[in-house]
Design a protein around this ligand. Structure first.
Ligand code: SF4
Length: 428
């Protein structure tokens, strides 16, 4: 079983100093070789320090040899970690996007009610084209790839090819229900720099999870696959989309308990989003007080000594708060390519800027990033879900995301709120 250890107290303080020193040493040759002027180098270091200050309250976790400061920052001191540092080395254009979520197939044996791809109907994109695009994204600065499905292990050869195409400049995690996972496959993926398998645990109750995922063996499948991950020295993580009630009735605490027992390293807590299967029905509304309640719960587990042994939590309500990174969609720090090859700003935003089989990826990507030139504070997935649904129904569409021409009707006039302070400050 891979060793997972949380870093806290004095060790965390010392670790942060070590990261600063190591990063300085790593990039110093850029100054010495004249690749960066002295002024730029100082600005670059300042930006890095500012970025570090934003993640310092996370629970750091050492997974094997590398230490993770945030779900989306590859483990330190991997090569992928330094790729992510290069994000703030850009001074002329929009900063590169460092995180990409890629779906390799829509095939799935499960039937989650609120799947964000619920209405994405169509053939899986040509795998060679997808690989080309993944390589381009890596060259453009993506440091962290999250590969998903449907269930990617159902089309293992596709999954393997994509993972194989990503070199050490980036880190790769795979999302799965556990179906189709074998020890041999895990061992093989480890050779291609896959560092973790992320499972979904939206409730701590096995029967409830089975019902949520529309499969009577969902929990058992996940538990067996987790055992195999431990045998293969593969790190285990969870994503949890918890209902509002779950943050008040003890479910959140029970999920944390289960995750600890399962030997997880990181838990991603996702606020339910009105997209895909939930686009029409909508999701629980979280009031300001509810959000504060969730943040307090997360901070308690991440910062209080009493909860030291629990996995680190990465919570969207904290990371995407306007005081942190805001909405990172659109190639700011998130891009999603669905199984059909549609380029979306975020998996929870059912709109598209083009398809990788039909248009040049560079042009689609450029068009999308121009539209998101200044990162904004507004959570677009929530603000524009009703408008997406309206257009879906107006044009009698049979599949999501909205095609590029129709998506324009949204983004031509949208209001993405104030520019996110973090990115504004970085530019200064
Ligand atoms: S649209 Fe923006 S706020 Fe919503 S999940 Fe995506 S990145 Fe986060």
């Amino acid at each position: 079983m891979i060793k997972v250890k949380n870093i806290s107290g004095i060790r965390k303080i010392a670790f942060i100093q070590w990261v600063k020193l190591r990063v300085f040493i790593y990039f110093l040759p850029e100054l010495l070789k004249g690749n960066m002027s002295f002024k730029r180098f100082i600005k670059f270091v300042k930006r890095l320090l500012y970025f570090l200050s934003k993640v310092k309250d996370n629970k750091f976790v050492k997974i094997g040899e590398n230490t993770r400061m945030d779900l989306y920052i590859p483990g330190f001191p991997s090569q992928a970690f330094f790729t992510s540092c290069k994000k703030v080395r850009e001074f002329e254009d929009k900063l590169p996007c460092t995180v990409a979520l890629i779906s390799v197939t829509s095939a799935c044996k499960f039937n989650c009610k609120y799947c964000y791809q619920k209405n994405d109907r169509g053939k899986d994109v040509d795998i060679n084209r997808l690989i080309e695009v993944v390589k381009k994204l890596q060259n453009m600065g993506v440091a962290f790839f999250n590969i998903e499905g449907g269930d990617p292990f159902l089309t293992y050869e596709r999954l393997k090819k994509v993972c194989q195409s990503i070199d050490e400049r980036s880190e790769t995690w795979v999302n799965s229900t556990g179906y189709g996972i074998t020890l041999e496959r895990l061992k093989e993926l480890k050779k291609f720099n896959v560092n973790a398998i992320m499972f979904s645990m939206h409730t701590p109750d096995s029967e409830e999870l089975n019902s949520f995922m529309g499969n009577e063996n969902a929990w058992q499948t996940m538990a067996k696959a987790i055992e195999l991950c431990h045998k293969a020295d593969m790190s285990v993580a969870f994503n949890c989309c918890i209902s509002k009630e779950g943050f008040y009735n003890g479910d959140f605490e029970k999920i944390m308990e289960k995750a600890k027992d399962f030997g997880a390293s990181i838990i991603q807590v996702i606020k339910p989003k009105p997209s895909g299967g939930a686009l029409k029905e909508g999701v629980d509304k979280f009031s300001k007080e509810d959000i504060i309640h969730v943040k307090n719960l997360v901070n308690k587990y991440n910062l209080d000594k009493k909860y030291k042994a629990y996995p680190s939590i990465s919570a969207q309500v904290i990371e995407e708060d306007k005081s942190q990174f805001g909405c990172t969609a659109g190639g700011t720090d998130r891009i999603y390519i669905n199984a059909k090859g549609d380029v979306q700003p975020c998996e929870f935003l059912n709109m598209s800027f083009g398809n990788i089989e039909e248009e040049s990826f560079e042009e689609t990507y450029k068009k999308m990033r121009e539209c998101f030139l200044e990162p904004g504070e507004c959570w677009l997935c929530e603000k524009y879900s009703k408008e997406i649904l309206r257009l879906y129904e107006k044009y009698n569409l049979k599949s999501l995301p909205l095609p590029p021409e129709i998506s324009k009707e949204i983004y031509n006039n949208w209001d993405r709120g104030e520019q996110t302070y973090f990115y504004k400050k970085l530019k200064e």
